[in-house]
Design a protein. Sequence first.
Length: 202
Amino acid sequence: MPEHTKVMGKEWADARREANVARLRATLATALAGRTGITFELGCGHGHWLAAYAAAHPGEYCVGIDLITHRVERSVRKQTLGKLDNVIFLKAEATEFLEALPSQVNLAKIFILYPDPWPKKKHHKNRFISPANLALLASRASPGARLHFRTDNADYFDWTLDHLSAHPKWRVEPGNTWPFEQKTFFEERMKDRRDVFAVRAE
Ligand SMILES: C[S@@+](CC[C@H](N)C(=O)[O-])C[C@H]1O[C@@H](n2cnc3c(N)ncnc32)[C@H](O)[C@@H]1O
């Protein structure tokens, strides 16, 4: 690809990211006005898990995000049908969402269920769990906030355990039980499940 086309491509991607963050900032300023802590699901898919969790935890305010429009639309339908006033679902990319989150709002609980495992080694760089993204999550999490991660993929499980163990802002907590069971769309299709728990270090 010619150099000037690459530069144009980067400029376009940066401008698009900035526009997404600005749009999210406006949405979140209204949606989360007066709130200080949220329960956050990253990659909520069709919303099965978070809609059920919100119904069972009326004292928590929940936010689910996903990249894919039709999945978010299905999630919103669950919120509407369930008349749930303590959950919202938004189409958003996670790092853009975290950048746009109002400064007074912290992540009290984080859930990541069946994230894309990117099984081929050459694609591991696309996995959401990385030192940079763990630092970003930690920067928006309150001290003591819990991160719950579930996967069917043995290699992504080891990867996540290793990355969390090595990260100064997270402390792995072995031997916990998953706090709320509700099969997700992907879980219905998976043979296995492995959980990792961590706490945001003080
Ligand atoms: C394998 S699906 C699992 C969905 C759901 N948690 C479940 O178990 O049914 C992973 C989801 O994460 C979403 N996703 C991946 N990367 C994301 C990102 N950076 N920000 C937001 N959503 C993301 C994808 O669009 C996809 O819907």
